[in-house]
Design a protein around this ligand. Structure first.
Ligand code: BF8
Ligand code: SF4
Length: 658
């Protein structure tokens, strides 16, 4: 009996190698177990996902329930109020989109607030670093810039972009960037976002008990809300961050846990809003603090990033990146992290316990995101260094008091990151004819088969990084150019795909383009809000010509192979709303063979949008994406060009061999 209880309490945990392909993370999972520390990997192994919730077949929107329906017999029963499986799933999905969209738009609004403080002269700690980009953004939404001062343009830009959030009627400003035919579809189905606040509010209202109970109508508002994220909140976050902190251009960066230094004070910034990170960067370079660190016996202060703010700072400033979402607890297990400073989003509460075990300072900074048991040092944009200097002082103190053995996995990978859509334009078009023409030409002539966005999280329900890596390798092997953001970008960076030499892993057509331009076959463009750069690039491809009139005509596809967050669902749905076929892995919160499933996975495409797809296996996922790209090539009449190109290549190889 006692044995049985013990056996129940200590289930066998999977081998580290079976739950991650990241060597550094595997090493730290093993150490965490030796140290008796529990991480999300082991919590996931011991907590099965609720099967009813996983299918989205339950509703807890009122206290007549919660109601559970049967995924095996979805139309066999309804909720107490009579809600059908389609209503329940559509409402659950819509609320995921609303939450994800709220996260991105709130982040974007924080950036816009800061921009306002800077342009009105109230904040002197930050400046406009890229006035040229500011003028370009202003121009793109119809603001006159000719003969006007930067200050004038900036004020108008602020006023205009504020509408992205607060506007009650009309179309959001960045709707002006949407290709005409795509916009026509949006107008036809009444899904052009008004303002993000209105869309999210209406979405929450309509998913309340007893309001919108038609899955098609709920999905329409869901699309509108998601578009308010992609073409609204996220796009504002990206554009304003570029204007304030600089537009990324290619930079060589090291990634993985080996970027920690045993003989230095290690400070990790993990989160999403770049202003915190920018100020930590100032503090770690402050000579008096460096002196303090040296007095404490350190060689200096080592600043590294994780997750999305890490990806942004890596792209903008070449700051080393220590790992993605599933490595945030395990990196603390090294014992070498003196402070982990966080702001908002994707910060696991479990970090507190792990940080406690190793004496690491876990510091929250944002009034919107406190964690019980963490130290809160509030970050104020008007006195940013008060917070970030204190963070560094706390890190130095922890360094002085290090009392546990340190084990840093010695893995780093160098690669080129920081491909903004402006840089892609310049790189492919050359300085005199910065344009997407060469990209379109190479797609039309078949060297590049199509473009895929592979993005999103890592998730302990699947082997960390594995699905990202296998999917991307399969895509490039088939001449699909891959654009990446967020945790997915880090997965491939750790695998060494961010070097121009990785072009040898690409198919002959893509490899030829990469070699000519000197670029890797995988382009990393930043954090999750920077998925908006992919939207802009896709819109430019349509406007450049030769690839159809609508974004739905493009030979492109998207994927989030290891997604976990509601933000990922919002991103997925704004890509679908913009016309892109988007495939998710892990699991999908839906019951198959229902009307709602058919709507998301088939019918939306018939209406001129994109559609959803699902596959857990990376090769299956790649096959689906490539089949879609080929279908679009055929519809554009450019499938033959590719056949010719491949024949030419084969002929040439034969000639070479002769
Ligand atoms: O916004 S990719 S785990 S860190 S949600 Fe989170 Fe997912 Fe990473 Fe960034 Ni995006
Ligand atoms: Fe059940 Fe309807 Fe209430 Fe949902 S809204 S919990 S389906 S009664």
């Amino acid at each position: 009996m006692v044995d049985k209880i013990i056996a129940k309490k200590t289930p066998k945990l999977p081998e580290p190698r079976d739950i991650t392909i990241c060597d550094a993370t595997a090493q730290m999972i093993a150490k965490s177990r030796r140290d008796g520390v529990i991480t999300a990997f082991d919590r996931a192994a011991t907590m099965k996902p609720c099967p009813i919730g996983a299918n989205s077949a339950c509703c807890k929107h009122c206290s007549m329930g919660p109601c559970r329906l049967n995924a095996k017999d979805p139309y066999g029963k309804v909720g107490v109020c009579g809600a059908t499986i389609d209503t329940i799933m559509a409402r659950n999905f819509a609320r995921m989109v609303a939450t994800g969209a709220a996260a991105h738009t709130d982040h974007g609004m924080a950036m816009l607030d800061l921009f306002h403080e800077v342009v009105t002269g109230k904040n002197k700690d930050y400046q406009i670093k890229d006035p040229l980009k500011m003028r370009a953004v202003a121009n793109s939404i119809g603001i006159e810039t000719e003969g006007r001062t930067d200050e004038d343009v900036a004020l108008d830009l602020y006023k205009e972009l504020e509408r992205t959030y607060t506007q009650v009627n009309g179309e959001i400003p960045f709707a002006k960037r949407v290709p005409e035919k795509t916009l026509e579809t949006w107008r036809k189905y009444n899904v052009v976002p008004r303002g993000a606040m209105r869309e999210i509010m209406e979405m929450m209202h309509r998913t309340h008990m007893g309001v919108d109970q038609h899955y098609e109508n709920i999905t329409r508002q869901c699309t509108r809300t998601a578009l308010a994220d992609g073409w609204g909140g996220s796009m504002v976050a990206t554009e304003i961050s570029d204007i304030l902190f600089g537009t990324p251009s290619p930079v060589n960066v090291e990634v993985n846990m080996g970027v920690l230094k045993e003989d230095m004070v290690n400070v990790i910034v993990h989160g999403h809003e770049p202003n915190l990170f920018e100020s930590v960067m100032v503090s770690v370079n402050e000579p008096s603090l460096i002196d303090e660190a040296k007095k404490a016996g350190a060689k200096g202060i080592n600043l590294v990033g994780m997750c999305c703010s890490g990806a942004e700072m890596m792209s903008r400033h070449g700051i080393p990146h220590a790992g993605n979402f599933m490595s945030t607890e395990t990196i603390i297990v090294t014992g070498a992290v003196d402070a982990m400073v966080v702001d908002v989003q994707c910060i696991k509460q479990g970090l507190v316990e792990v940080a406690n075990c190793y004496g690491t300072e876990l510091i929250t900074t944002n009034p919107r995101a406190m964690i019980e048991g963490a130290t809160h040092v509030e970050f104020h944009e008007n006195e940013p260094l008060d917070c970030t200097d204190e963070v560094v002082i706390k890190a130095i103190t922890r360094f002085k008091n290090r009392n546990k053995p340190i084990e840093i996995p010695q893995y780093t990978n160098a690669g080129v990151h920081g491909f903004s859509h402006e840089y892609i334009n310049y790189m492919l078009g050359g300085s005199f004819r910065g344009a997407y023409t060469p990209l379109n030409d190479n797609i039309i002539n078949g060297r590049i088969r199509g473009v895929a966005g592979v993005v999103g999280c890592t998730n302990p329900r699947v082997k960390q990084d594995y699905v990202h890596v296998e999917l991307v390798k399969e895509l490039i092997k088939n001449d699909v150019l891959v654009l990446q953001t967020g945790c997915s970008q880090i997965a491939l960076a750790k695998e060494g795909l961010y070097t121009p030499e990785a072009a040898h892993l690409a198919g002959p057509g893509l490899a030829e383009v990469c070699e000519t331009v000197g670029m890797p076959p995988v382009l990393g463009i930043g954090s999750c809000v920077d998925n908006s750069r992919i939207l802009i690039a896709a819109a430019e491809m349509v406007k450049t010509g030769g690839l159809g009139n609508s974004m739905a005509d493009l030979p492109v596809a998207g994927a989030a192979p290891e997604w976990m967050s509601e933000k990922a669902i919002s991103i997925g749905h704004y890509f679908v709303g913009s016309g892109v076929y988007t495939v998710f892995g892990v699991s999908f919160p839906i019951v198959e063979q229902t009307k709602f499933h058919k709507l998301l996975f088939e019918d939306l495409e018939d209406e001129g949008f994109g559609k959803w797809g699902f596959a857990a296996d990376p090769y299956e996922m790649a096959k689906m994406m490539i089949a879609h790209i080929d279908k679009k090539r055929k519809a554009l009449g450019i499938d033959k060009a590719r056949e010719r190109t491949l024949m030419t290549m084969a002929d040439r190889q034969k000639l070479d061999a002769a």
